[in-house]
Design a protein around this ligand. Sequence first.
Ligand code: UFG
Length: 329
Amino acid sequence: MAVLVTGGLGYVGSHAVKHLVDRGEQVVTLDNLIFGHTQAASGSEVVVGDIGDKDLLRQIFSKHSIDSVMHFAAFADVGESVADPKKYYVNNISNSLAMLDVMLEFGVKMMIFSSSAATFGEPEIVPIPEDHPKNPTNPYGRSKLMLEEILREYEHAYGLRAISFRYFNASGADPSGLIGEDHKPEHHLIPLILQVALGQREKISVFGSDWPTPDGTCVRDYVHVSDLAQAHLLGLDALRNGKGTTEYNLGNGNGYSVREVIAVAEEVSGKSIKSVDADRRPGDPAVLVASSEKIVKELGWEPKFPDLRTIIQTAWNWHNTHPNGYSGK
Ligand code: UFG
């Protein structure tokens, strides 16, 4: 049986594809190449197209014996989602619903869904457990929460079982050095810091230094992208063994401030990284740290790269050898 991976040429999706291929799964990767990179396919069969294209999906499901879908494809820029919510609800919700229609038509009833810590909003308790109240502060987070809720109803009504993984701050790169993070434009902290280390950017702006945290900068839970990918394999196995719909947080339970991340990146790269204090970024919670006890207990998830230094080391290896990402120039 094959696994269909949507958004499989993007950052987290491509790491999951590599893990699937490495353990001998048959993988069909569907990506519209808005943000994906064909070089990130790890030998999987690539179909270029959109999750909202029902005819294309019917062709894929007719041609391959697909038992499950890993659904990464989505827009994921928090700031943009506030400025243009339509874009997020159309792609992340309507297009996902179109894909779910075709899955049901073909009797494909297992899905792993890429959700986000952005479903929680400002936390009331840290580390954040799965059952923490959900008050997303932006349309991106709301679109992820809505699909989680839809998936719960689809299990009840149609028997489609889904595991939603709420990623905290995905970071790092596959230790092989073959795939890594390449967003254009880049908004994420670690790659931006490493661009400063590479001399591609003059400085990093620290978004707020007056947050209620020990050094005044935002605290996040950075989780290695390969550990996220490994969780997807465990989730797939659980679904194949009959697991019902549920949600899991994926983080390390350790919070690091923006300044701490910069300091570790300086040590790892051996470069001095210039930073300037800037205004707070609207919509940023002060602290986002996961409790991932549920997946550790239920699926035996064991992160291999939990410490920030290793995470940044693997990111640095990638950026240093691919200063222009996959374009190679
Ligand atoms: N930051 C800076 N300067 C920058 C970029 C980021 O100070 O130039 C700060 C941010 O304010 C934040 C931290 O660095 O405090 C991390 O920022 P990222 O943009 O790397 O990540 P976020 O925590 O904002 O967002 C990530 C994912 C989102 C997801 C969110 C919650 O990128 O998709 O986690 O799950 F919604």
